[in-house]
Design a protein around this ligand. Sequence first.
Ligand code: SAM
Length: 238
Amino acid sequence: MTGFSATVLTLYPEMFPGPLGASLSGKGLEKGIWSLETVQIRDFATDRHRSVDDTPAGGGPGMVLRADVVGRALDSVAADDRPRLLMSPRGRPLDQGRVRELAQAPGVVILCGRFEGVDERVIEGRGLSEVSIGDYVLSGGEIAATVVLDAIVRLLPGVMGKVSSGSEESFETGLLEYPHYTRPQVWEGRTIPEVLTSGDHGAVARWRHERAEEITRERRPDLWRAWRDARGTDPARK
Ligand code: SAM
């Protein structure tokens, strides 16, 4: 197996690669920096209706993906060191730290839920790690899996080219990113801040850092507190 290898188990394989086939991630796929295979969960149903779901034990609305069908689908994927994730609104919220961790792995196996979700026994029995992409409910795990893969793939060596480090981006430094400007110099009466065209690299770096602090403080008090706490009160450590 070469490159980062992603396997997605889904009832809708036609949703892949989807947006992942375009732009940086699409070029990465073409170059073999990463690979993507899908597994149709329905292929592991055994009854003549090819059923994958059933009514919830204990009653209630909706349907639940069956442990036996999903278990067989998971077992069809090569046993290797790749983390096995279940997309789930009750999972640990995805953040850039987790994305960086996943990008270091040989690949990832992602199970996409549908309906009310997946029988708990398959989550326990196959040691799935539940990942949420935010505090809202999607109709299925496919878009969430696409988000996770997009975030991982852009960090793989060779995918971003010259902008490869991404080291100044939001979340990478613990702060949100400073504002960007480009030509034209004046647009609808709005000018580019003078310092950015001064040629003084030190002044530019200071201005960007101050703006990043200001934006984080205003928009994300949670990140601001964490960033300040990590540095203690010593301004020299900033
Ligand atoms: N009954 C579930 C609950 O209340 O937590 C919601 C199920 S949702 C309609 C169907 C599937 O979409 C989930 O099994 C999961 O795979 C996916 N999904 C929905 N919201 C998600 C989120 N915020 N993050 C990751 N996956 C999500």
